[in-house]
Design a protein. Structure first.
Length: 278
C-alpha cells in the first residue's frame, strides 16, 4: 500500500507544478485543458484495485465521474465568487473563496455518495452511474466554456519556492486520498481519489502569484478538461478486467485523452477565438 501512496503522491506533485507552469506561460485555456489529462487517478486506481474485489472496484470507479462533477462545482466557485468580494482585502478574499469552495465540495460530496448509494440499491448499475456523471460534467463544462472568461498568461513568474510548496501540498493531499481509498469503503474510496488537491493548489498558487484573473480564466478550462478523468474511469471498468492493470489502464488513458482532452481543447480554443467575457 505504501508504494501506491508514494507513486500517487509523486505524480500529483509533478502534475500540480506542471499545471501552474502551463497556465502561467500559455494562458488558462492551454494549461487548464491539457493540464487535466488523467494522471493522479492512474496510481489511485492501481491502489484501489490491489485493495478491493472487482465489484468494489467498479463501485469506486462509478463515483469518479460524479466526483469530477463535484470538482466542477468546486471550480465554479472560483469563477463566480471573487467578483462578489471586490473591496475586500486580497488575502481575505482568497481565504473566503478557498473555504467556500471546499465546503461546497464536501456538501455535494456527501449528497452524491447518498444519491449513488440509493441508485445502486434501486438497481442502477455502476457503469450507468458513471455515464450519467460524465454526461452532467460535459453539460456543465460546455455551459461554462461557451462564454469563456479572459484567460491571460501570467504577468509574473511563479517562484521555485511556490512551485515546490504547491507540489508538496498536492502530493500530501493525493497521498492521503489514496490511503483513505485503501480503507475498504468503495464509494468513499472513489470520491477520495478525485479530491481536488491539484485544482485547489493550482487556484491558490496562481491567485497568490498572478492575482485572481488568471485562476478565474483557468477554472472553466480545468473544469471541462478534468472530465477526462471520468472517461478514464468509465473505460477502465471494462479494460482493466479484460486486459489487466497496465494495458487496461493505458487503453483507458488513451481513450480519455483522444476522446475527451483533445476535443475539449479544440472546443475551448474555438470559443476563445469567438470572444471572451471579463
Amino acid at each position: 500500500m505504501l508504494s501506491e501512496i508514494l507513486s500517487a503522491a509523486i505524480a500529483a506533485g509533478l502534475v500540480a507544478i506542471l499545471v501552474t507552469v502551463l497556465i502561467e506561460r500559455y494562458g488558462g485555456v492551454v494549461g487548464g485543458a491539457l493540464g487535466t489529462v488523467p494522471t493522479t487517478i492512474v496510481p489511485a486506481v492501481a491502489g484501489m484495485a490491489s485493495a478491493q474485489r472487482e465489484t468494489e472496484l467498479l463501485d469506486s470507479l462509478s463515483v469518479v465521474p460524479a466526483g469530477m462533477l463535484i470538482n466542477a462545482i468546486f471550480l465554479s466557485v472560483w469563477i463566480y465568487l471573487p467578483p462578489r468580494l471586490q473591496g475586500i482585502p486580497a488575502r481575505r478574499s482568497l481565504a473566503m473563496t478557498t473555504v467556500t469552495a471546499l465546503v461546497a465540495w464536501a456538501i455535494f460530496g456527501i449528497i452524491t455518495i447518498f444519491c449513488i448509494d440509493c441508485a445502486s440499491d434501486s438497481g442502477l448499475g455502476a457503469r450507468d452511474i458513471a455515464v450519467i456523471g460524465i454526461f452532467l460534467t460535459a453539460v456543465f463544462g460546455i455551459y461554462l466554456g461557451w462564454s469563456p472568461r479572459d484567460s491571460p498568461k501570467g504577468s509574473r513568474e511563479v517562484s521555485k519556492s511556490v512551485l515546490l510548496a504547491r507540489g508538496g501540498m498536492a502530493a500530501s493531499a493525493i497521498g492521503a486520498s489514496v490511503w483513505v481509498a485503501g480503507l475498504g469503503y468503495p464509494l468513499l474510496a472513489g470520491l477520495a481519489s478525485v479530491f481536488p488537491a491539484i485544482f485547489l493548489t493550482s487556484m491558490v498558487a496562481l491567485w497568490i502569484s498572478q492575482g485572481p484573473s488568471v485562476p478565474r480564466g483557468a477554472a472553466a478550462p480545468m473544469l471541462l478538461g478534468g472530465g477526462s478523468v471520468g472517461v478514464y474511469a468509465l473505460v477502465a471498468m471494462y479494460s482493466l478486467d479484460s486486459h489487466g492493470m497496465i494495458i487496461g489502464s493505458a487503453m483507458a488513458w488513451t481513450v480519455a485523452v483522444t476522446g475527451w482532452s483533445v476535443p475539449s481543447y479544440a472546443f475551448l480554443r474555438w470559443r476563445s477565438s469567438v470572444g471572451t467575457v471579463p
